[in-house]
Design a protein around this ligand. Structure first.
Ligand SMILES: Cc1cc2nc3c(=O)[nH]c(=O)nc-3n(C[C@H](O)[C@H](O)[C@H](O)COP(=O)(O)O)c2cc1C
Length: 206
């Protein structure tokens, strides 16, 4: 039995919205007593595309010192919180590519019995946040993971309105991450740590 909990926050962000949320989740998990690895996934877009968008270029520069996720991070973790902007209502290719490198670990059953949760953002309201998180969670079912979503378990959830995971509408950079989204991130991170700790201390392995 162990009280220690390892949380990996593994995310992709082009223009920085999900970077802010990822950091809030990582900081909150750390304050809740977890060991935390904040990891960004490998960028797949060509440099010319990044350079063509000042916010994208700025985020790439600002996050260059965040370690790139490796499959070993998922082995280390008791809980994994994945973050991705929505792309046509779905997970980004960048995060999906990382997930697709986990096939060997999945085949060995090493992604099972962990806690998983997700966060996202979109440019528009009803722009595909829920479908993105549900698409992400489909993969978690294949892992045999335990999805810990926030639900409406805190009064603040009736303000942010997304029981599937933290989400933010950025209006293409016009609306930076605000207190409502940061609060949602904290609620989600605390819940992930709490349930991971409970699971770890109570789990009887076969
Ligand atoms: C190729 C592409 C597809 C997108 N698809 C959607 C979409 O379906 N709905 C939406 O509201 N925003 C969409 N967006 C906008 C981003 O999801 C949104 O700006 C997001 O908050 C960016 O997150 P980031 O700052 O962490 O990169 C799309 C952006 C791109 C580049």
């Amino acid at each position: 039995m162990s009280d220690s909990v390892n949380v990996a926050v593994i995310y992709y962000s082009s223009t920085g919205t999900n970077t802010v949320v990822a950091k809030e989740i990582a900081d909150t998990a750390e304050r809740a007593g977890a060991q935390v690895r904040l990891r960004r996934v490998t960028e797949l877009a060509p440099q010319a595309a990044i350079d063509s968008n000042p916010r994208w270029a700025a985020n790439a520069k600002a996050t260059a010192d965040i370690e790139v996720a490796s499959p070993e991070d998922t082995v280390w973790a008791d809980a994994i919180v994945f973050g991705t902007p929505t792309r046509y209502g779905n997970v980004t290719a960048q995060l999906k590519q990382f997930i697709d490198t986990l096939g060997g670990l999945w085949a060995e059953g090493r992604l099972a019995d962990k806690v998983y949760s997700g966060f996202t953002s979109s440019a528009t309201l009803h722009g595909g946040q829920e479908s993105t998180l549900l698409a992400l969670y489909t993969t978690i079912h294949h892992f045999g993971g335990i999805i810990v979503s926030p639900g409406y378990t805190d009064p603040s959830k009736f303000t942010d309105g997304n029981p599937y995971g933290t989400s933010h509408v950025d209006a293409q950079g016009e609306k930076p991450v605000d207190d409502t989204t940061l609060k949602a991130a904290r609620v989600q991170a605390e819940r992930v740590v709490r349930f991971t700790r409970a699971l770890k201390s109570g789990l009887v392995t076969a």
